[in-house]
Every structure is written in structure tokens, then in C-alpha cells.
Design a binder for this molecule. Sequence first.
Ligand SMILES: Cc1cc2nc3c(=O)[nH]c(=O)nc-3n(C[C@H](O)[C@H](O)[C@H](O)COP(=O)(O)OP(=O)(O)OC[C@H]3O[C@@H](n4cnc5c(N)ncnc54)[C@H](O)[C@@H]3O)c2cc1C
Length: 176
Amino acid sequence: MTQQQHNWAGNYAYSATRWHYPTTVEQLQELVSQGRKLRVLGSRHSFNDIADSPEDLISLEHFDHIEPVDPERRTVTIAGGVRYGQLCRQLHREGYALPNLASLPHISVAGACATATHGSGDRNGNLATIVREIELVTAMPSLYPKLPDFRHLLQTYDPQGKFRNAFLDTYIFGAP
Ligand SMILES: Cc1cc2nc3c(=O)[nH]c(=O)nc-3n(C[C@H](O)[C@H](O)[C@H](O)COP(=O)(O)OP(=O)(O)OC[C@H]3O[C@@H](n4cnc5c(N)ncnc54)[C@H](O)[C@@H]3O)c2cc1C
């Protein structure tokens, strides 16, 4: 019997019937192109069903790669499952920092940006506002190129479960 999966707080039980833990982009593309109703799971910190799906749920926990900082652009490129704690440790080693942070180190960057949560201060935007480019996996066979004008794609989570895009490999952040 499969054990019921819950969000981080334990107040919500996911209803998805199939769980996936891809390790390669090709596997992720296959899942996204085959799935009818699916969502990607971040660090499970949302208190409600926003990350749930009646059919397929995809965890990107194996997508945790962080590239070295690009010193020219002052940006860093990270995979879709990276969490703030991991990212900040690596940036710190390289002598950089993010201008604003999530309230907890184990929040996923993609999840916080997709929900437009976290970030504070009168002069700061939410955390999504420091993203420079994203790369998407969609139901189309090829990867979307890096999208500099992506902001319409953020915060497009759909209560009816119609949205099928998954942030993938390229979040590029300003690193002051
Ligand atoms: C103890 C606690 C403290 C919190 N504190 C704060 C706070 O201080 N400020 C605040 O604003 N919020 C706070 N929250 C709310 C919570 O942190 C946010 O909902 C959180 O940012 C969600 O991120 P997540 O990675 O857990 O994503 P999830 O909850 O797993 O998913 C959220 C959404 O993001 C989508 N998503 C995630 N990853 C991807 C991806 N790679 N590609 C496409 N879509 C993706 C999911 O499909 C879903 O729609 C808190 C929550 C908890 C439990």
C-alpha cells in the first residue's frame, strides 16, 4: 500500500495518484508531454492544494544543480529544485549574496517564485522579481529557450489544474 503523502506542515494530504521523481531532463520532458493533469512540487510548504494534482505530481528534488556565478552578468543559474539554503551556501563560498531571501532555508526557489511569496521590505519586490531568465519544459517536444520576458508565466498557478508548464533548469538571479 502506498503511504499517503503530506505537505510540510502535515495539514494537507496530496491526492495525486502517481508520483514521479525524474533525474534527467529527458524524463521530465516525457512526463510533461504524456501527462494530462500534472503539477510540479516544490518543497511542499504551501498550506493548501495549490501544488496538488488529481493525477500526476512531479518532484524536482533531483534537480539541484547550481552553476558557478557569472561574474560579468552577476547572475547565477540554478536547477528547478534548488532550495534557498543550498543556493546561499554556494553563493557565499563565491563571495556573493542574494538581495532578499525566503524566511526559511528549505523553501525551493521555484516554489517561492511561482507563488510570489516571501521577500519583504518597502523597497524590495517579492522573490520572483530578481529572476532574470527562465527555461521551461512544456508539453512541446523541445525545451523553451531562455525567456527574458517571462513574468506573465510566473504566478500562473491555476486552481483548475490547466497549467502544465514546469520551470526547469534556469533561474538566473542578480547576485549583488
Ligand atoms: C513554516 C512556514 C513558513 C512560511 N513562511 C512564509 C513567509 O514568511 N512568507 C511567505 O510569503 N510565505 C510563507 N510560507 C508559505 C510558503 O513558504 C510558500 O507557499 C512557499 O513559497 C511555497 O514554496 P514551495 O517550494 O514549498 O512550493 P510548493 O508549496 O511545493 O508549490 C507551490 C507552487 O509552486 C509550483 N512549483 C514549485 N516548483 C515548481 C517548478 N520547479 N516548476 C513549476 N512550478 C513549480 C507548484 O506547482 C505549486 O503551484 C510559509 C510556509 C510555511 C509552512
